[in-house]
Write a protein that binds this ligand. Sequence first.
Ligand code: ZN
Length: 483
Amino acid sequence: MSAVPPSALGTSDELSTEERNLTSLTIANVRLPHEDRALASRLWRLKCKLGKVEDISLLQSRDDVKPDESNIDAQGSILIPSFCHSHVHLDKCFILDRCTIVSGEFHEALEVTGRAKAAFPLDLNDLYDRGARLIRESVQFGVTSMRAHVEVDSIVGFACLDVAQALQRKFELICDVQIAVFAQEPLFGAPGDTTPGLNFTLLQQALQRDGLTVVGSAPYVEPTIEQAKSNIALVMDLAVQYGAHLDFHLDYNLDADAEPLIYEVISQARRNHEYWTQTPLRPRPRRITVGHATRLQLFTPAQWHHLAEAIKDLPITLVGLPQSDMYMQGRQDWDQPLGAPRSTLRVPHILNEYGIEIAMSVNNVGNAFTPQGSLDPLSLCTFGVAVFQSATPADIQTLVRSVTLTSKITIGQDSAHLGLFPTRGDPADFVILHGTETLQSAVLHPAWDRTTIRAGVMVSRRQTQVWFFDVDEGNPPACPTQA
Ligand SMILES: [Zn+2]
């Protein structure tokens, strides 16, 4: 297999902003994820101009297309909205070569990753190359936007942030890399501390840089529950002060005795109700995101209804991180007959029963928190079919939405279109899944060959090359004849 750059079709790196704005693109002979089966089986022509969908028409017969810089022949393959990583770590990816996994437990992952992380500021080229690889591979899978968590603390200083901002500029034409300034380390130095330490000061300093619109933390790393709640309050105050989105790693446990801190987030958001709900106060709406939230899986139906009611008008979205959730949890009960108890937010079930739409994201790739898996958001849907026991047409739609439209809404891309089926005026951000005709097969066995389109411009094309031993050479067909 090889990644084949679109040699005949200048890559976006070669296009100026003005040229992109004038570019038009027609995608012919394409299938679209219409809910109506008959319409989903038909071929369509999609015209994009100025970064948006200009026209969609049903074809009576196959278009005769000569592929060039403004025409793609999809040859009957399906096109869906491009993917969004609503939660991915840009700095601690691809570091398994320097992390030895022995017990596989969470504290070990923190420890070995911490050691690797201490060396990040000593080799910025390594940070840059790994981050660039993450973005490139993501775009090849069909990702055109991501929320990239980047750590700022006394260990790495601003090294990860400096590199992330350089990567953001480098790739801005092909992928929207939204940086979340993230405190993975505790804000409080020791149990009993009531004022935050250096890590908080650095977080605050980072937010004074131009162009940063997200701040986040992992309250569960604080020494005490009181300090975890203070962490939430401090980071929320920063978000309000700097006009930012808020993103927590939260309730990452399956402990019925652990207090669900989602309610702390909700009550503190209510204290800043105007900021989170009244658009005129800010240039653009801001959102609160809660990643992991596996503790919520222990909720009864009544507790879920109560949570939905408590969130109500607050712009809060939960993000399931199934690859990390399933790999990391329950190891203290390893010897149980069914294995370690694990769970991840049941995306289709929670929508169907409680009306809460949930995003899914890759989180980590190639580190001690998540050694397995690729950067393909669609692989999470395949995994979800098994883990959630969800393969109905409606659930398939929900799974695909979770890695496309729901994820885009989660990171504040308020221009994202509403449906998987494109409509006129939608942003022209798509992925064509070659050799795949239906949404069902897209999820059940994702295509490797893909074309990624961002703002109406092709930014990546990946094709498989296959060589196969010719078993028929010199021989007649081996199929037996019917008696
Ligand atoms: Zn994370």
